[in-house]
Design a protein around this ligand. Sequence first.
Ligand SMILES: Cc1cc2nc3c(=O)[nH]c(=O)nc-3n(C[C@H](O)[C@H](O)[C@H](O)COP(=O)(O)O)c2cc1C
Length: 335
Amino acid sequence: MVDSSLPKTGSMQHRVCVAPMMDCTDRHCRYFHRLLSSGVGLYTEMVTAHAIVHGDSQHLLGFAQVEHPVALQLGGSDPDLLYKAAAIVRDGHPYDELNLNVGCPSDRVQSGRFGACLMAEPERVADCVRALRESWGGAVTVKCRIGIDDLDSYEFLSNFCATVAAAGCGLFVVHARKAILSGLSPKQNRSIPPLRYEVVHQLKRDFPELTVVINGGLDSVAVASEQLDHVDGVMLGRKAYADPCLLADLDRELLGGAAMPGVDRAAVVREMASYAVGQLALGARLHQITRHMHGLYAGRPGAARWRRFLSEFAGRRDAGPEVLLRSLEIFDAAA
Ligand SMILES: Cc1cc2nc3c(=O)[nH]c(=O)nc-3n(C[C@H](O)[C@H](O)[C@H](O)COP(=O)(O)O)c2cc1C
């Protein structure tokens, strides 16, 4: 039996958050996003329990204090392995939440029996949640789809959530489209199955005690704000990555953040140059940091030129923070 006094949602902020995205939301990206919003909840890329237990956990789990509130997303389906991974996380990596990935449809993930295919095994997911909570002691949440393949009825979803909630999961992030596990690539699975927001709204109505965060296709403050009439939180992925200044707007409009008239993009670039000094000394390459920043000037005159400059010069072997500072001159000249 899991101790019922353990927290179910923790200190993470879920009203607005940025989705976990492999190869995108690494620590450099999260640092950058945090400069644009002090309030949105941030998620790591998925890290497998196997990699934490058998790999370089310091490298995989390290993050900066300024990233808080930040959740670690885990991939796995073996409760014992997840238990061990969570113990490693607990000892030295103070994330605000552990989130289990039950929504990712990639082949690689299916062969390890985790991700979206686990929705067919709610009892196993419940065992994983119990193991994580016992080991870690903090809030454990689940990110899932509204269904998989022909397991796509509302009853299926509600039974899944009820079973997993009984294990102590108090929060579900629900990507409002089902996953089709054979025949579609992960990318196609993020656009071809139709979005069915009403299913997620129904879930919140039927489980008012759960925190329900909706995800999928949200691309503006207005759209996100409308969703908050039905659910507790919104999670944005691709749009937030492509146009990160949206995070500042969301912070201001939906989280009551500091009423900035607009983002000072040049100040963000200068801050990232300072950040790069420390990270380069630790062995990072400039491109690993700047690649997340390409959307900073999205939609502004001079954006394409700025992005081209950054791509070309930050990729050079000896590139240093001066490339970022020089990019400001390029932008001013182009704009
Ligand atoms: C490049 C990329 C990588 C992703 N990696 C993950 C992941 O590691 N874990 C996960 O749960 N979802 C992952 N997703 C799915 C997103 O978290 C999100 O559910 C999906 O993109 C739908 O939200 P959006 O329409 O706001 O982008 C990924 C999405 C993208 C585009």
